[in-house]
Write a protein that binds this ligand. Structure first.
Ligand code: NAD
Length: 435
């Protein structure tokens, strides 16, 4: 099939590459010309394991191309997939201006008789009806179009695997024909498909993210209590997760969730509920717990060192999670901002995201991809992202190269027994301190 994907971010690019790989002809359109030029040369604008090889091989096969020209993008595809950003507005609701821009481009540049428009961006319930209205109010060429809501569930860092081997594909549409075309589009993937109406498909995405965020805040609250009553969150998580009804996933205590999805999608769902006069108390608490979680780790550190002023502090991990260069809403930034306000000298380490964060700070914060450089002569260290490079960094090295080996581990990277005999002072989440 001939497909255009609007937006070449984490979702659009991975989707475009996957569809080309399974045999479709894909044009990826983005308004960011620099990104498009890089992609034409086979350079991915994002760090995502496995993506570079797939871009290059599908460019070579001529099944994938990149453009910033709207005519080339929209004139004749059979399917347009909307994968542009839906960032957070000031009040927490989703900003739909990029989605609207695509809808307007489709009507202005489309020349086909029939078109299926697939919304993959995460959008509040009711957005596909808005897209329909935006298109209908401008449509002059008599194109017959159908809408399909097809939310995306990939995770950054394992996006390629998730796209080829996802748990489910949701297809929400009012048109049986359009739904069957989209089912056919994905058929080589052999992923279970659920057909729903459009509103339910839109809600499935928000409800999924809200549920996962709830699991994280729940276990973090249990961890906060464990610290006070002398229990160990690792054992508690294992014990809870052995119950089949609960399962072991998303029960790792830490400094909370971040990234471009959970924080904005939970707020958007609270907002969406508010619009229909439902106060979503549970989700509001989930958000509040998450906002506090990095601050609790900082508070622990304040109690140990009194003041951060003038001290060299290493922050290990900047990306919101391992295997991505995405720093949007990362817990590291909350920690760095607070330390910066309190005049610490911060050296933040990340194996891939160190460059992205560089421009955010004018003074007092240095970024490196050398973990030793961050730790050498530091008074204390915060572990914020559980990169393999951090987890595998030998504990005895902290003693060797830091001025004082005091570690605040926001991801419970080290075994407590190992930490006990190593000479470090070690404070983690939901476990007893070692000092
Ligand atoms: P992103 O910010 O990485 O990429 C968005 C891209 O869209 C950018 O390259 C931007 O230049 C481009 N763009 C903006 N307006 C455009 C327009 N009018 N036409 C063409 N391109 C345009 O965003 P992302 O992380 O890929 O997320 C996209 C959507 O998917 C969001 O709604 C997000 O919530 C959802 N989502 C993201 C993830 C994830 O892990 N990142 C997972 C599931 C769903």
């Amino acid at each position: 099939m001939k497909i255009t994907v609007a937006g070449t971010g984490y979702v659009g690019l991975v989707t475009g590459v996957m569809l080309a790989e399974i045999g479709h002809h894909v044009t990826c359109f983005d308004i960011n010309e620099e990104k498009v030029e890089g992609l034409k040369a086979g350079k991915s604008p994002i760090y995502e394991p496995g993506i570079d090889a797939l871009i290059v091989s599908n460019l070579d096969r001529m099944r994938l191309n990149f453009t910033s020209n709207r005519d080339c993008a929209y004139a004749y595809p059979e399917i347009v997939i909307i994968a542009v950003g839906t960032p957070e507005e000031e009040d927490g609701s989703a900003d739909l201006s990029y989605v609207k821009m695509v809808a307007k481009d489709i009507t202005k540049y489309g020349k086909q008789k029939e078109l299926i428009i697939v919304t993959k961006s995460t959008v509040p319930v009711g957005t596909n009806q808005k897209i329909k209205k935006w298109i209908e109010e401008d449509l002059q060429n008599g194109t017959k179009f159908d809408l399909v809501s097809n939310p995306e569930f990939l995770r950054e860092g394992s996006a390629i695997k998730d796209t080829f081997h996802g748990d489910r594909i949701i297809i929400g549409s009012e048109s049986k024909l359009a739904a069957s075309v989209i089912e056919e589009l994905y058929s080589p993937l052999n992923i279970p498909i659920l057909h729903t109406d459009i509103e339910s498909a839109e809600m499935i995405k928000y409800a999924s993210n809200a549920f996962l965020a709830t699991k994280i805040s729940f276990i973090n609250e249990i961890a906060n209590i464990c610290e006070k009553v002398g229990a160990n969150i690792e054992d508690v998580s294992t014990g809870i997760g052995l119950d089949n009804r609960i399962g072991p996933k998303f029960l790792q205590a830490g400094v909370g969730y971040g990234g471009s999805c959970f924080p904005k999608d939970t707020k958007a769902l609270v907002q969406l509920a508010g619009n229909v006069k439902h106060k979503f108390d549970l989700l509001e608490s989930v958000i509040e717990v998450n906002n506090n979680q990095p601050l609790l780790l900082l508070q622990k550190a304040r109690e140990v060192v009194d003041s951060f002023k003038g001290k060299k502090v290493a922050v290990l991990g900047v990306a919101f999670k391992p295997n991505t260069d995405d720093i949007r809403e990362a817990a590291s930034l909350t920690i760095i901002n607070e330390l910066n306000k309190e005049q610490a000298i911060i050296v933040a380490y990340d194996p891939v995201a160190h460059l992205k964060a560089k421009d955010l700070y004018k003074q007092g914060v240095f970024f490196t991809n050398d973990i030793r450089e961050a730790l050498t002569d530091a008074t204390l260290a915060f572990i914020i992202t559980e990169w393999d490079e951090v987890k595998e960094f030998p504990i005895e090295k902290y003693v060797e190269i830091m001025e004082t080996p005091i570690i605040f581990d926001g991801r419970n990277c080290y075994d407590l027994h190992k930490a006990k005999n190593s000479g470090i002072s070690y404070y983690s989440v939901g476990r007893q301190a070692v000092n």
